[in-house]
Design a protein around this ligand. Structure first.
Ligand code: NAD
Ligand code: PPY
Length: 348
């Protein structure tokens, strides 16, 4: 059984395309549920369901901490083969079916891009009758959320560094896992701050671009053994369990990857070792702020940047609460999310 606590999880398996579709809604408490569409291969349907439910929960926490009037949701499309090997007609059909599923929620679940989907894919979902955020600007969407996410992660990296006793990033060794849309931009920003970059990505082209920025590349399988001042995970979740937390050689962790820890035990081990953890659902909220702020709340650049700046204050609050309560920063952040959710719910 999955220990979850969310509202509902819908699953559809399609023989024609070979894809399985999961939409998990963790909460409607603050409004319609929102969260992107992740499309990738999974070892099993159970693994896809588990990922969707955990990601939807992370969305609830993220949106509540940021005070955005939306619940948490997420879509997962478990692909029969890697996205790069799907022919365009089959991918189009997969998006059509996904749009049908999202539309069945009647506006109570809103999607957007995530790992494996793009703004152009959201155009297709929208055109097929389901509201999707993060469409291309040509079709009236707000475009990629990755730059805003990267700006927020950059703020979180600096605050986590400060909490670990570093006044600035200049001269620090920053290890970045994943140089995609978010990680590459974070890399540019921390390199501009004077940090020494160590990078890893399964995509050789992404690594080559970072090496041009002056980064040192390490093999992807070595990342969790490499020593750094700051570790910035921007690839996949579930990489830090209690064992890894016990051996990782860094002073602080702040990144974009959702659900970077496998659970609360890992957070406690990190806390016990004095490693600062900026909870991912605070550090990576920039994309949600950009999409939800612009498309639902009518925000422009000023409001988006103000909300991103709050990431630093929220982290300071979480670091202080964790110290006072003798709990991990992950637990302190979850408590803050619950308090803000309750306050928002009662003020509605
Ligand atoms: P992306 O797909 O553009 O980039 C991910 C990168 O990670 C790719 O370059 C990929 O090759 C690399 N990668 C995959 N597996 C790897 C591994 N084992 N080791 C090293 N590199 C690996 O995705 P993105 O938009 O940059 O998002 C990165 C992470 O941040 C994801 O976990 C995503 O869920 C999360 N996130 C993104 C946003 C956003 O606005 N894009 C918002 C919140 C959270
Ligand atoms: C994420 O932050 O992980 C998202 O999925 C962003 C998002 C927020 C609101 C609608 C769609 C996607």
């Amino acid at each position: 059984m999955i220990d979850w606590g969310g509202v509902l999880c819908a699953v559809r398996c399609d023989d024609e395309t070979g894809a399985a579709f999961v939409i998990a809604v963790h909460s409607f408490a603050l409004g319609p549920a929102a969260g992107g569409t992740r499309a990738m291969e999974y070892p099993s349907l159970d693994a896809a369901v588990l990922d969707a439910t955990r990601l939807a929960e992370a969305m609830s926490l993220k949106l509540a901490v940021a005070g955005l009037p939306l619940g948490g949701g997420k879509s997962v499309i478990a692909l029969p083969v890697p996205r790069a090997r799907l022919d365009p007609a089959r991918w189009r059909r997969i998006l059509e079916i996904h749009a049908e599923n999202v539309a069945a929620f009647g506006g109570n679940y809103v999607t957007g891009p995530d790992v494996g989907t793009t703004a152009a894919d959201m155009d297709v979902v929208h055109e097929c009758g389901a509201y999707a955020t993060g469409r291309t600007p040509a079709t009236g969407g707000s475009g990629s959320s990755a730059p805003a996410t990267a700006r927020g992660v950059h703020i979180a990296v600096k605050r986590a560094a400060a909490e670990a006793g570093f006044d600035e990033l200049d001269g620090l060794t920053v290890l970045i896992q994943g140089l995609g849309a978010v990680g590459a931009e974070v890399a540019r920003r921390v390199a501009a701050d004077g940090a020494r970059l160590i990078v890893a990505d399964i995509d050789e082209r992404a690594v080559t671009a970072a090496v041009r920025l002056g980064a040192t590349a390490v093999p992807v399988e070595d990342v969790l053994q490499v020593e750094s001042d700051l570790f910035v995970p921007c690839a996949i979740g579930g990489i830090i369990d209690a064992d890894v937390a016990g051996t990782i050689r860094t002073k602080a962790i702040a990144g974009a990857a959702n659900n970077v820890l496998t659970g609360g035990a890992a957070a406690e081990v990190l806390q016990g070792r004095g490693i600062v953890l900026a909870p991912d659902f605070i550090a990576n909220v920039g994309g949600a702020v950009d999409l939800a702020g612009r498309e639902f709340l009518g925000w422009g650049d000023v409001e988006v940047e103000q909300k991103l700046a709050e990431i630093g204050d929220t982290l300071d609050r979480v670091f202080a609460d964790a110290a006072t309560e003798h709990i991990s920063t992950d637990e302190a952040a979850r408590c803050l999310a619950r308090r803000r959710l309750e306050a928002l719910r009662t003020s509605r």
